[in-house]
Ligand binder design. Structure first.
Ligand SMILES: Cc1cc2nc3c(=O)[nH]c(=O)nc-3n(C[C@H](O)[C@H](O)[C@H](O)COP(=O)(O)O)c2cc1C
Length: 182
């Protein structure tokens, strides 16, 4: 990415939370950050603890956003490193995180943040990356319905594998279209 389009944020800019879960496609999350910055968003990334464990290039994301990646809880008395969000994107979203979020579980910072933002009235968009076999689990279907009922916007299902056995493109920018829809 060129320095001209790099956008690490000013106080006037809208702030986008990007929550990254531990799916293989997470390795491409820099594409989402680039696209968001080109559309005028400042970006702060949250990662689940598993996602932080080799699923994407954390140094590159830190450099790209100009901010730390949030995954661990801050200590009491430490300031919050990110401002409140104007919108939230979960991409990629795993089976595990979708189900836990819908159930109201908050046992990691990414999940706690998602549970909280649902009550802030800001747009929240999700790009699931869940294999068809897992997606047919009744708990997952119920989780999607519950989150949709809370106003969460979903991209198309993505199973991670095309008919030819390859991995089709992940529609990163769709997440931005969803939160910018108004
Ligand atoms: C290489 C690899 C790729 C994975 N891809 C996916 C995936 O696309 N979708 C998914 O739901 N889980 C996937 N998983 C399993 C999740 O990483 C696992 O369920 C994990 O507990 C999810 O944690 P999180 O939801 O806190 O990020 C993958 C695991 C590995 C090792």
């Amino acid at each position: 990415m060129s320095e001209q389009v790099r956008n690490t944020g000013t106080p006037e800019q809208p702030f986008l939370y990007v929550v990254v879960c531990a799916a293989g496609v997470a390795s491409g999350v820099s594409k989402l950050i680039t696209a968001a910055q080109e559309r005028g968003w400042a970006v702060g990334v949250f990662a689940t603890p598993v996602a932080l464990n080799g699923f994407f290039d954390t140094d590159a994301v830190r450099a790209q956003t100009g901010r730390p990646i949030r995954s661990a809880w801050r200590r009491p008395g430490e300031p919050r490193p990110f401002p409140d969000p104007d919108a939230v994107v979960v991409a990629p979203a795993t089976f595990n995180t979708v189900n836990k979020w819908a159930a109201g579980l908050a046992d990691n910072l990414a999940l706690a943040t998602l549970c909280e933002v649902s009550g802030l009235g800001v747009p929240v968009a999700v790009l699931p990356c869940v294999a068809d076999a897992l997606a047919s689990h009744p708990a997952y279907r119920e989780s999607l319905a519950r989150l949709r009922g809370m106003g969460v916007r979903f991209g198309d299902p993505y199973a991670g594998q095309g008919e030819d056995g390859g991995r089709p493109d992940f529609a990163w920018e769709r997440a931005l279209d969803l939160v910018e829809r108004g």
